[in-house]
Ligand binder design. Structure first.
Ligand code: NAG
Ligand code: NAG
Length: 536
Protein backbone atom coordinates (compact mmCIF):
# COMPACT_ATOMS: atom_id res chain seq x y z
CA UNK A 1 0.00 0.00 0.00
CA UNK A 2 2.73 2.37 1.04
CA UNK A 3 4.28 2.15 -2.39
CA UNK A 4 1.38 3.97 -4.08
CA UNK A 5 2.24 7.50 -2.95
CA UNK A 6 5.86 6.79 -3.74
CA UNK A 7 4.90 5.56 -7.19
CA UNK A 8 2.65 8.56 -7.77
CA UNK A 9 5.45 10.84 -6.67
CA UNK A 10 7.87 9.09 -8.99
CA UNK A 11 5.49 9.43 -11.93
CA UNK A 12 4.85 13.06 -11.14
CA UNK A 13 8.54 13.66 -10.71
CA UNK A 14 9.47 12.06 -14.00
CA UNK A 15 6.59 13.90 -15.71
CA UNK A 16 7.84 17.29 -14.52
CA UNK A 17 11.38 16.34 -15.42
CA UNK A 18 10.47 15.41 -18.95
CA UNK A 19 7.95 18.19 -19.53
CA UNK A 20 10.28 20.90 -18.32
CA UNK A 21 12.23 20.93 -21.54
CA UNK A 22 10.36 18.52 -23.75
CA UNK A 23 10.21 19.58 -27.34
CA UNK A 24 12.82 22.29 -27.07
CA UNK A 25 13.66 24.03 -30.32
CA UNK A 26 17.30 24.05 -31.24
CA UNK A 27 18.90 26.09 -34.00
CA UNK A 28 22.22 24.67 -35.15
CA UNK A 29 24.90 26.48 -37.11
CA UNK A 30 27.64 23.92 -37.76
CA UNK A 31 31.09 24.01 -39.30
CA UNK A 32 31.33 21.70 -42.29
CA UNK A 33 33.74 18.83 -42.83
CA UNK A 34 34.96 16.66 -39.96
CA UNK A 35 33.52 19.16 -37.46
CA UNK A 36 30.05 18.29 -38.74
CA UNK A 37 30.70 14.61 -38.01
CA UNK A 38 30.74 15.32 -34.29
CA UNK A 39 28.07 18.03 -34.37
CA UNK A 40 25.83 15.44 -36.03
CA UNK A 41 26.24 13.18 -33.00
CA UNK A 42 24.89 15.94 -30.73
CA UNK A 43 22.05 16.64 -33.18
CA UNK A 44 21.04 12.98 -33.22
CA UNK A 45 21.23 12.76 -29.44
CA UNK A 46 19.05 15.89 -29.07
CA UNK A 47 16.58 14.45 -31.56
CA UNK A 48 16.36 11.20 -29.60
CA UNK A 49 15.37 13.29 -26.56
CA UNK A 50 12.40 14.70 -28.46
CA UNK A 51 13.81 18.10 -29.37
CA UNK A 52 13.19 19.76 -32.71
CA UNK A 53 16.33 20.67 -34.52
CA UNK A 54 16.87 23.06 -37.41
CA UNK A 55 20.26 23.08 -39.10
CA UNK A 56 21.50 26.01 -41.16
CA UNK A 57 23.54 24.73 -44.09
CA UNK A 58 25.12 26.40 -47.05
CA UNK A 59 24.14 25.49 -50.60
CA UNK A 60 27.77 24.46 -51.22
CA UNK A 61 27.85 22.16 -48.22
CA UNK A 62 29.86 19.00 -48.68
CA UNK A 63 28.84 17.01 -45.61
CA UNK A 64 25.65 18.50 -44.19
CA UNK A 65 22.84 16.82 -46.08
CA UNK A 66 19.67 18.72 -46.84
CA UNK A 67 17.34 15.95 -45.75
CA UNK A 68 17.62 13.94 -42.58
CA UNK A 69 15.26 12.12 -40.24
CA UNK A 70 16.92 13.96 -37.33
CA UNK A 71 16.58 17.59 -38.35
CA UNK A 72 15.05 20.00 -40.81
CA UNK A 73 17.44 22.19 -42.71
CA UNK A 74 17.48 25.72 -44.03
CA UNK A 75 19.76 26.15 -47.00
CA UNK A 76 21.55 29.46 -47.45
CA UNK A 77 22.55 30.23 -51.00
CA UNK A 78 26.29 30.72 -51.22
CA UNK A 79 28.32 31.40 -54.34
CA UNK A 80 31.78 30.92 -52.92
CA UNK A 81 32.79 27.70 -51.18
CA UNK A 82 34.93 27.64 -48.05
CA UNK A 83 38.21 26.21 -49.23
CA UNK A 84 38.36 23.63 -46.43
CA UNK A 85 35.23 22.17 -48.00
CA UNK A 86 37.02 21.40 -51.23
CA UNK A 87 38.84 18.11 -51.69
CA UNK A 88 41.14 19.63 -54.31
CA UNK A 89 42.11 22.49 -52.06
CA UNK A 90 42.80 20.18 -49.12
CA UNK A 91 44.95 17.88 -51.27
CA UNK A 92 47.08 20.78 -52.44
CA UNK A 93 47.16 22.27 -48.93
CA UNK A 94 48.43 18.95 -47.63
CA UNK A 95 51.10 18.74 -50.35
CA UNK A 96 52.28 22.25 -49.52
CA UNK A 97 52.29 21.52 -45.78
CA UNK A 98 54.44 18.43 -46.25
CA UNK A 99 56.85 20.35 -48.48
CA UNK A 100 57.19 23.01 -45.78
CA UNK A 101 57.60 20.38 -43.08
CA UNK A 102 60.50 18.85 -45.10
CA UNK A 103 62.46 22.04 -44.41
CA UNK A 104 61.58 22.13 -40.73
CA UNK A 105 64.05 24.10 -38.63
CA UNK A 106 64.75 26.72 -41.31
CA UNK A 107 63.46 30.28 -41.11
CA UNK A 108 61.85 29.78 -44.53
CA UNK A 109 59.80 26.84 -43.25
CA UNK A 110 58.78 28.77 -40.15
CA UNK A 111 57.54 31.75 -42.16
CA UNK A 112 55.91 29.66 -44.89
CA UNK A 113 54.17 27.46 -42.33
CA UNK A 114 52.30 30.41 -40.89
CA UNK A 115 51.79 32.06 -44.27
CA UNK A 116 50.17 28.88 -45.55
CA UNK A 117 47.86 28.73 -42.52
CA UNK A 118 47.06 32.46 -42.53
CA UNK A 119 46.15 32.43 -46.23
CA UNK A 120 43.88 29.45 -45.77
CA UNK A 121 42.26 30.82 -42.60
CA UNK A 122 41.93 34.37 -43.90
CA UNK A 123 40.11 33.22 -47.04
CA UNK A 124 37.75 31.08 -44.99
CA UNK A 125 36.92 33.87 -42.56
CA UNK A 126 36.06 36.20 -45.42
CA UNK A 127 33.71 33.66 -46.98
CA UNK A 128 31.99 32.99 -43.64
CA UNK A 129 31.61 36.70 -42.88
CA UNK A 130 30.06 37.19 -46.31
CA UNK A 131 27.64 34.33 -45.72
CA UNK A 132 26.56 35.90 -42.42
CA UNK A 133 25.90 39.24 -44.12
CA UNK A 134 23.74 37.47 -46.68
CA UNK A 135 21.75 35.91 -43.82
CA UNK A 136 21.42 39.26 -42.01
CA UNK A 137 20.27 40.93 -45.22
CA UNK A 138 17.55 38.35 -45.85
CA UNK A 139 14.72 39.87 -43.88
CA UNK A 140 12.32 37.02 -44.61
CA UNK A 141 14.78 34.52 -43.20
CA UNK A 142 15.61 36.58 -40.10
CA UNK A 143 11.92 37.14 -39.41
CA UNK A 144 11.26 33.43 -39.81
CA UNK A 145 14.12 32.55 -37.44
CA UNK A 146 12.98 35.09 -34.86
CA UNK A 147 9.36 33.94 -34.99
CA UNK A 148 10.25 30.30 -34.44
CA UNK A 149 11.38 31.19 -30.89
CA UNK A 150 14.25 28.76 -30.57
CA UNK A 151 15.30 27.77 -27.06
CA UNK A 152 19.00 27.52 -27.75
CA UNK A 153 21.50 28.20 -30.48
CA UNK A 154 24.08 25.44 -30.85
CA UNK A 155 27.19 26.26 -32.86
CA UNK A 156 30.83 25.39 -33.42
CA UNK A 157 32.81 28.65 -33.16
CA UNK A 158 35.85 27.43 -35.13
CA UNK A 159 34.43 29.73 -37.80
CA UNK A 160 32.32 32.11 -35.74
CA UNK A 161 29.51 32.92 -38.18
CA UNK A 162 27.03 31.29 -35.82
CA UNK A 163 28.21 33.49 -32.95
CA UNK A 164 27.16 36.63 -34.83
CA UNK A 165 23.82 35.12 -35.81
CA UNK A 166 23.05 34.00 -32.24
CA UNK A 167 23.70 37.54 -31.03
CA UNK A 168 21.51 38.96 -33.78
CA UNK A 169 18.67 36.61 -32.79
CA UNK A 170 19.33 37.14 -29.05
CA UNK A 171 19.37 33.41 -28.28
CA UNK A 172 21.17 31.55 -25.47
CA UNK A 173 24.33 30.22 -27.07
CA UNK A 174 25.90 26.79 -26.55
CA UNK A 175 29.24 25.86 -28.10
CA UNK A 176 30.39 22.48 -29.31
CA UNK A 177 34.01 23.49 -29.32
CA UNK A 178 37.70 22.80 -29.18
CA UNK A 179 39.00 25.48 -31.53
CA UNK A 180 38.23 29.13 -31.98
CA UNK A 181 39.39 31.17 -34.96
CA UNK A 182 42.54 32.08 -33.05
CA UNK A 183 43.56 28.81 -31.44
CA UNK A 184 42.53 26.52 -28.62
CA UNK A 185 39.27 27.59 -26.99
CA UNK A 186 40.38 27.66 -23.34
CA UNK A 187 42.78 30.48 -24.12
CA UNK A 188 39.83 32.82 -24.72
CA UNK A 189 38.17 32.29 -21.33
CA UNK A 190 40.42 30.62 -18.79
CA UNK A 191 43.80 31.65 -17.42
CA UNK A 192 46.39 29.84 -19.54
CA UNK A 193 49.89 30.14 -18.08
CA UNK A 194 52.34 29.56 -20.90
CA UNK A 195 54.72 27.93 -18.46
CA UNK A 196 52.76 24.67 -18.49
CA UNK A 197 49.95 25.10 -21.03
CA UNK A 198 51.41 24.28 -24.44
CA UNK A 199 50.22 26.48 -27.29
CA UNK A 200 49.09 25.16 -30.68
CA UNK A 201 51.86 24.14 -33.14
CA UNK A 202 54.61 23.92 -30.51
CA UNK A 203 54.69 20.11 -30.30
CA UNK A 204 55.35 20.77 -26.59
CA UNK A 205 54.00 18.70 -23.74
CA UNK A 206 53.12 20.28 -20.38
CA UNK A 207 56.71 19.76 -19.20
CA UNK A 208 58.66 22.47 -20.97
CA UNK A 209 62.28 23.45 -20.57
CA UNK A 210 63.44 27.04 -20.92
CA UNK A 211 63.77 26.95 -24.72
CA UNK A 212 60.43 25.21 -25.15
CA UNK A 213 58.84 27.97 -23.09
CA UNK A 214 60.44 30.53 -25.37
CA UNK A 215 58.96 28.64 -28.32
CA UNK A 216 55.59 28.56 -26.54
CA UNK A 217 55.66 32.32 -26.03
CA UNK A 218 56.64 33.02 -29.65
CA UNK A 219 53.92 30.77 -31.06
CA UNK A 220 51.43 32.39 -28.71
CA UNK A 221 52.36 35.84 -30.00
CA UNK A 222 51.98 34.67 -33.60
CA UNK A 223 48.44 33.49 -32.88
CA UNK A 224 47.72 36.88 -31.33
CA UNK A 225 48.95 38.42 -34.57
CA UNK A 226 46.67 36.06 -36.52
CA UNK A 227 43.74 37.18 -34.41
CA UNK A 228 44.32 40.89 -34.96
CA UNK A 229 45.34 40.86 -38.62
CA UNK A 230 43.87 37.72 -40.19
CA UNK A 231 40.93 36.18 -38.35
CA UNK A 232 39.14 39.08 -36.71
CA UNK A 233 38.95 41.88 -39.36
CA UNK A 234 36.27 40.30 -41.61
CA UNK A 235 33.99 39.79 -38.59
CA UNK A 236 34.79 43.14 -37.03
CA UNK A 237 33.48 44.78 -40.20
CA UNK A 238 30.19 42.90 -39.75
CA UNK A 239 30.04 43.78 -36.03
CA UNK A 240 30.74 47.46 -36.74
CA UNK A 241 27.96 47.58 -39.29
CA UNK A 242 25.26 45.65 -37.42
CA UNK A 243 26.11 45.88 -33.72
CA UNK A 244 28.26 48.97 -33.29
CA UNK A 245 32.00 49.37 -32.68
CA UNK A 246 31.91 48.27 -29.02
CA UNK A 247 31.06 44.71 -29.97
CA UNK A 248 33.65 42.24 -31.22
CA UNK A 249 33.08 38.64 -32.17
CA UNK A 250 35.59 37.69 -29.47
CA UNK A 251 33.54 39.39 -26.75
CA UNK A 252 30.43 37.62 -28.08
CA UNK A 253 32.22 34.29 -27.95
CA UNK A 254 33.40 34.95 -24.42
CA UNK A 255 29.79 35.68 -23.49
CA UNK A 256 28.53 32.23 -24.59
CA UNK A 257 26.35 30.50 -22.00
CA UNK A 258 27.89 27.07 -22.17
CA UNK A 259 31.05 25.55 -23.62
CA UNK A 260 30.71 21.85 -24.42
CA UNK A 261 34.42 21.26 -24.75
CA UNK A 262 35.54 18.29 -26.85
CA UNK A 263 38.27 17.55 -24.33
CA UNK A 264 38.93 14.86 -21.75
CA UNK A 265 41.87 15.23 -19.39
CA UNK A 266 43.00 11.69 -19.99
CA UNK A 267 44.06 13.14 -23.35
CA UNK A 268 44.53 16.88 -22.85
CA UNK A 269 47.09 18.16 -20.35
CA UNK A 270 45.43 19.41 -17.13
CA UNK A 271 44.92 23.19 -17.10
CA UNK A 272 42.70 25.86 -15.51
CA UNK A 273 39.06 25.87 -16.53
CA UNK A 274 35.81 27.81 -15.98
CA UNK A 275 32.42 26.98 -14.40
CA UNK A 276 30.53 27.10 -17.71
CA UNK A 277 32.85 24.63 -19.41
CA UNK A 278 31.56 21.06 -19.61
CA UNK A 279 33.99 18.42 -20.82
CA UNK A 280 32.50 16.05 -23.36
CA UNK A 281 35.69 14.60 -24.87
CA UNK A 282 34.98 11.11 -26.17
CA UNK A 283 31.24 11.75 -26.57
CA UNK A 284 31.39 9.89 -29.89
CA UNK A 285 32.39 6.70 -28.07
CA UNK A 286 30.03 3.77 -28.38
CA UNK A 287 30.29 -0.01 -28.29
CA UNK A 288 31.31 -1.61 -31.56
CA UNK A 289 28.90 -3.48 -33.79
CA UNK A 290 29.69 -6.74 -35.65
CA UNK A 291 31.67 -6.32 -38.89
CA UNK A 292 30.36 -7.23 -42.32
CA UNK A 293 31.00 -10.89 -43.12
CA UNK A 294 33.88 -10.36 -45.59
CA UNK A 295 35.67 -7.95 -43.27
CA UNK A 296 35.09 -10.27 -40.31
CA UNK A 297 36.51 -13.17 -42.31
CA UNK A 298 39.61 -11.16 -43.24
CA UNK A 299 40.10 -10.02 -39.65
CA UNK A 300 39.69 -13.58 -38.34
CA UNK A 301 42.24 -14.87 -40.86
CA UNK A 302 44.91 -12.86 -39.03
CA UNK A 303 45.03 -15.59 -36.37
CA UNK A 304 47.13 -14.83 -33.30
CA UNK A 305 48.93 -11.93 -35.01
CA UNK A 306 45.92 -9.67 -35.13
CA UNK A 307 45.08 -6.72 -37.30
CA UNK A 308 46.47 -3.25 -37.97
CA UNK A 309 43.93 -0.58 -38.92
CA UNK A 310 45.05 2.43 -40.89
CA UNK A 311 43.15 5.52 -41.93
CA UNK A 312 44.17 9.10 -42.46
CA UNK A 313 40.76 10.64 -42.12
CA UNK A 314 38.20 12.02 -44.46
CA UNK A 315 40.24 14.66 -46.24
CA UNK A 316 43.73 13.29 -46.29
CA UNK A 317 43.48 9.72 -47.46
CA UNK A 318 45.57 10.22 -50.56
CA UNK A 319 49.20 10.97 -49.68
CA UNK A 320 50.56 10.45 -53.17
CA UNK A 321 52.23 7.35 -54.65
CA UNK A 322 55.68 7.77 -53.07
CA UNK A 323 54.52 7.71 -49.46
CA UNK A 324 51.86 5.09 -50.19
CA UNK A 325 54.53 2.70 -51.53
CA UNK A 326 56.60 3.12 -48.35
CA UNK A 327 53.58 2.37 -46.19
CA UNK A 328 52.61 -0.64 -48.32
CA UNK A 329 56.15 -2.07 -48.12
CA UNK A 330 56.25 -1.66 -44.35
CA UNK A 331 52.94 -3.50 -44.02
CA UNK A 332 54.27 -6.23 -46.29
CA UNK A 333 57.05 -6.88 -43.75
CA UNK A 334 54.62 -7.79 -40.99
CA UNK A 335 52.84 -11.04 -40.12
CA UNK A 336 49.71 -9.07 -39.17
CA UNK A 337 46.77 -8.44 -41.46
CA UNK A 338 46.14 -4.82 -42.36
CA UNK A 339 42.94 -2.96 -43.19
CA UNK A 340 43.92 0.27 -44.89
CA UNK A 341 41.56 3.01 -45.91
CA UNK A 342 43.23 4.17 -49.09
CA UNK A 343 42.11 6.43 -51.89
CA UNK A 344 44.18 6.67 -55.06
CA UNK A 345 46.30 4.23 -57.03
CA UNK A 346 46.89 0.77 -55.64
CA UNK A 347 50.53 0.59 -54.43
CA UNK A 348 52.55 -2.04 -56.34
CA UNK A 349 54.41 -3.20 -53.22
CA UNK A 350 51.13 -4.18 -51.55
CA UNK A 351 51.14 -7.77 -50.27
CA UNK A 352 48.11 -9.94 -49.84
CA UNK A 353 48.07 -9.36 -46.04
CA UNK A 354 46.76 -5.86 -46.70
CA UNK A 355 43.19 -5.09 -47.66
CA UNK A 356 42.48 -1.72 -49.25
CA UNK A 357 39.09 -0.20 -48.56
CA UNK A 358 37.55 3.11 -49.56
CA UNK A 359 35.65 3.39 -46.33
CA UNK A 360 35.83 1.50 -43.09
CA UNK A 361 33.56 1.15 -40.07
CA UNK A 362 36.22 2.72 -37.88
CA UNK A 363 34.54 2.35 -34.49
CA UNK A 364 33.48 -1.26 -35.13
CA UNK A 365 36.88 -2.40 -36.29
CA UNK A 366 38.70 -0.54 -33.47
CA UNK A 367 36.41 -2.33 -31.04
CA UNK A 368 37.26 -5.74 -32.53
CA UNK A 369 39.37 -7.88 -30.19
CA UNK A 370 41.83 -8.73 -33.02
CA UNK A 371 42.76 -5.09 -33.59
CA UNK A 372 46.27 -4.42 -32.27
CA UNK A 373 47.32 -1.01 -33.59
CA UNK A 374 45.59 2.03 -35.04
CA UNK A 375 47.63 3.97 -37.60
CA UNK A 376 46.15 7.46 -37.79
CA UNK A 377 46.87 11.04 -38.80
CA UNK A 378 45.87 12.09 -35.28
CA UNK A 379 42.42 13.60 -35.70
CA UNK A 380 40.59 13.66 -32.40
CA UNK A 381 37.56 11.63 -33.52
CA UNK A 382 39.76 8.62 -34.24
CA UNK A 383 41.93 9.19 -31.18
CA UNK A 384 38.97 9.14 -28.80
CA UNK A 385 37.64 5.98 -30.46
CA UNK A 386 41.03 4.34 -30.00
CA UNK A 387 41.04 5.39 -26.33
CA UNK A 388 37.48 4.14 -25.89
CA UNK A 389 38.47 0.69 -27.18
CA UNK A 390 41.98 0.65 -25.70
CA UNK A 391 43.93 0.37 -28.98
CA UNK A 392 47.48 1.83 -29.02
CA UNK A 393 48.29 4.30 -31.77
CA UNK A 394 50.91 4.95 -34.40
CA UNK A 395 50.58 8.61 -35.36
CA UNK A 396 51.48 9.97 -38.79
CA UNK A 397 50.45 13.59 -38.19
CA UNK A 398 49.98 15.74 -41.27
CA UNK A 399 48.46 19.15 -40.61
CA UNK A 400 46.72 21.46 -38.13
CA UNK A 401 46.50 20.21 -34.55
CA UNK A 402 47.47 16.65 -35.46
CA UNK A 403 51.09 16.91 -34.26
CA UNK A 404 50.00 18.33 -30.94
CA UNK A 405 47.38 15.62 -30.60
CA UNK A 406 49.79 12.75 -31.05
CA UNK A 407 52.30 14.45 -28.72
CA UNK A 408 49.62 14.14 -26.03
CA UNK A 409 49.24 10.42 -26.71
CA UNK A 410 52.98 9.84 -26.80
CA UNK A 411 53.45 11.58 -23.47
CA UNK A 412 50.92 9.12 -22.00
CA UNK A 413 52.99 6.21 -23.33
CA UNK A 414 50.27 4.95 -25.67
CA UNK A 415 51.63 6.01 -29.05
CA UNK A 416 54.64 6.32 -31.31
CA UNK A 417 55.00 9.12 -33.83
CA UNK A 418 56.51 8.82 -37.30
CA UNK A 419 57.36 11.90 -39.27
CA UNK A 420 55.75 11.82 -42.70
CA UNK A 421 58.58 13.79 -44.31
CA UNK A 422 61.30 11.34 -43.28
CA UNK A 423 59.18 8.24 -43.57
CA UNK A 424 61.04 5.13 -44.72
CA UNK A 425 60.17 1.45 -44.75
CA UNK A 426 62.63 0.57 -42.01
CA UNK A 427 61.55 3.15 -39.42
CA UNK A 428 57.87 2.56 -40.08
CA UNK A 429 58.29 -1.21 -39.75
CA UNK A 430 60.27 -0.90 -36.54
CA UNK A 431 57.79 1.57 -35.00
CA UNK A 432 54.94 -0.82 -35.78
CA UNK A 433 56.86 -3.82 -34.40
CA UNK A 434 57.61 -1.81 -31.30
CA UNK A 435 53.95 -1.10 -30.57
CA UNK A 436 52.98 -4.70 -31.43
CA UNK A 437 55.65 -6.11 -29.08
CA UNK A 438 53.79 -7.63 -26.10
CA UNK A 439 56.82 -6.88 -23.89
CA UNK A 440 56.37 -3.14 -24.46
CA UNK A 441 53.85 -1.22 -22.30
CA UNK A 442 51.84 0.54 -25.06
CA UNK A 443 48.85 -1.79 -24.82
CA UNK A 444 48.72 -1.79 -21.00
CA UNK A 445 49.04 1.99 -20.89
CA UNK A 446 46.23 2.36 -23.38
CA UNK A 447 44.00 -0.03 -21.44
CA UNK A 448 44.69 2.00 -18.30
CA UNK A 449 43.82 5.22 -20.14
CA UNK A 450 40.67 3.58 -21.46
CA UNK A 451 39.64 2.58 -17.93
CA UNK A 452 40.16 6.12 -16.68
CA UNK A 453 38.15 7.42 -19.63
CA UNK A 454 35.20 5.12 -18.88
CA UNK A 455 35.19 5.73 -15.12
CA UNK A 456 32.78 8.68 -15.02
CA UNK A 457 29.52 9.43 -13.22
CA UNK A 458 27.84 10.21 -16.52
CA UNK A 459 28.65 9.40 -20.12
CA UNK A 460 30.00 12.48 -21.98
CA UNK A 461 27.09 12.48 -24.44
CA UNK A 462 24.55 12.36 -21.57
CA UNK A 463 26.38 15.18 -19.90
CA UNK A 464 26.18 17.20 -23.13
CA UNK A 465 22.42 16.60 -23.34
CA UNK A 466 21.87 17.41 -19.66
CA UNK A 467 23.65 20.74 -19.94
CA UNK A 468 21.98 21.75 -23.18
CA UNK A 469 18.59 21.04 -21.60
CA UNK A 470 19.77 22.94 -18.53
CA UNK A 471 20.35 26.01 -20.71
CA UNK A 472 16.91 25.50 -22.30
CA UNK A 473 15.21 25.25 -18.89
CA UNK A 474 16.89 28.32 -17.47
CA UNK A 475 17.06 30.38 -20.67
CA UNK A 476 20.81 30.64 -20.46
CA UNK A 477 23.51 30.03 -17.87
CA UNK A 478 24.70 33.56 -17.20
CA UNK A 479 25.31 32.76 -13.52
CA UNK A 480 28.17 30.43 -14.52
CA UNK A 481 29.92 33.03 -16.61
CA UNK A 482 32.80 35.03 -15.18
CA UNK A 483 32.90 38.79 -15.52
CA UNK A 484 36.36 38.63 -17.04
CA UNK A 485 35.37 39.28 -20.63
CA UNK A 486 33.75 42.62 -19.86
CA UNK A 487 37.00 43.97 -18.45
CA UNK A 488 39.50 46.00 -20.44
CA UNK A 489 42.89 44.25 -20.67
CA UNK A 490 44.59 46.47 -18.09
CA UNK A 491 41.83 45.82 -15.57
CA UNK A 492 41.88 42.05 -16.32
CA UNK A 493 45.54 41.94 -15.33
CA UNK A 494 44.98 44.49 -12.50
CA UNK A 495 47.58 46.71 -14.11
CA UNK A 496 45.65 49.81 -13.01
CA UNK A 497 45.78 48.65 -9.40
CA UNK A 498 49.43 47.80 -9.66
CA UNK A 499 50.11 51.20 -11.19
CA UNK A 500 48.53 52.87 -8.15
CA UNK A 501 50.57 50.66 -5.80
CA UNK A 502 53.75 51.44 -7.66
CA UNK A 503 52.95 55.17 -7.65
CA UNK A 504 52.25 54.99 -3.93
CA UNK A 505 55.50 53.12 -3.31
CA UNK A 506 57.45 55.64 -5.35
CA UNK A 507 55.81 58.48 -3.43
CA UNK A 508 56.81 56.96 -0.08
CA UNK A 509 60.37 56.34 -1.22
CA UNK A 510 60.53 59.92 -2.50
CA UNK A 511 59.18 61.26 0.80
CA UNK A 512 61.68 59.20 2.80
CA UNK A 513 64.46 60.32 0.51
CA UNK A 514 63.53 64.01 0.78
CA UNK A 515 63.17 63.87 4.55
CA UNK A 516 66.46 62.02 4.94
CA UNK A 517 68.22 64.60 2.83
CA UNK A 518 66.65 67.35 4.84
CA UNK A 519 67.68 65.68 8.12
CA UNK A 520 71.23 65.06 6.95
CA UNK A 521 71.58 68.64 5.76
CA UNK A 522 70.33 69.92 9.10
CA UNK A 523 72.70 67.62 10.97
CA UNK A 524 75.63 68.78 8.88
CA UNK A 525 74.73 72.43 9.29
CA UNK A 526 74.28 72.03 13.08
CA UNK A 527 77.64 70.23 13.43
CA UNK A 528 79.19 73.01 11.32
CA UNK A 529 77.68 75.71 13.54
CA UNK A 530 78.65 73.90 16.75
CA UNK A 531 82.23 73.32 15.54
CA UNK A 532 82.31 76.95 14.38
CA UNK A 533 81.13 78.15 17.80
CA UNK A 534 83.65 75.79 19.48
CA UNK A 535 86.45 77.25 17.33
CA UNK A 536 85.45 80.72 18.34
C1 NAG B 1 15.72 34.44 -47.99
O1 NAG B 1 15.27 33.38 -47.17
C2 NAG B 1 14.12 32.73 -47.63
C3 NAG B 1 13.66 31.78 -46.55
O2 NAG B 1 14.65 30.88 -46.16
C4 NAG B 1 14.44 32.04 -48.94
O3 NAG B 1 13.29 31.39 -49.45
C5 NAG B 1 14.93 33.09 -49.94
O4 NAG B 1 15.35 32.45 -51.15
C6 NAG B 1 16.07 33.89 -49.37
N1 NAG B 1 16.39 35.00 -50.26
C7 NAG B 1 17.60 35.21 -50.75
C8 NAG B 1 17.77 36.40 -51.61
O5 NAG B 1 18.53 34.46 -50.52
C1 NAG C 1 49.75 -14.60 -49.80
O1 NAG C 1 51.07 -14.53 -50.27
C2 NAG C 1 51.94 -15.51 -49.71
C3 NAG C 1 53.33 -15.26 -50.26
O2 NAG C 1 53.68 -13.91 -50.21
C4 NAG C 1 51.43 -16.92 -50.05
O3 NAG C 1 52.23 -17.87 -49.41
C5 NAG C 1 50.00 -17.06 -49.59
O4 NAG C 1 49.47 -18.28 -50.00
C6 NAG C 1 49.14 -15.94 -50.13
N1 NAG C 1 47.81 -16.03 -49.55
C7 NAG C 1 46.72 -15.91 -50.26
C8 NAG C 1 45.45 -16.07 -49.50
O5 NAG C 1 46.73 -15.69 -51.43
Amino acid sequence: MGSYPALAFLLLFSATLSSSCDGGKVLVYPVDGSHWLNMKILVEALHSQGHQITVLRSSTSWYVSEFSPHYTSITITQEQTQNIESQDFMTSFLKRSIEIRRNKGTIWAFVEFYRNIFNMMGDNQKVVAKLIVSIFENETLIKELKETRYNIFLTDPAFPGGVLLAHHLQLPMVFNVRWLFNGEAHFAIAPSPLSYVPQLFTDNSDKMDFFQRINNMIRHSILAYMYYFVSNPPYQAVCDHYFGPDVSVMSLMQGADLWLMRVDFIFEFPRPSMPNVVYIGGFQGKPSKPLSSDLEEFVQSSGEHGVIVMTLGTLLSNLGPEISEIIASAFANLPQKVVWRHIGKRPITLRNNTMLVEWLPQNDILGHHKTKVFVTHGGTNGIYEAIYHGVPVLGIPLIFDQYDNVVRLKSRGVAEIVEVTTLDVESLTSSLKNILDPEKPYKQNMLKLSQLHHDKPMKPIDSAIFWMEFVMRHKGAAHLRTESYKLPWYAYHCLDVMAVFVAFGVLIIALVWVSCRWLIRRLISTTKTTSKSKNE
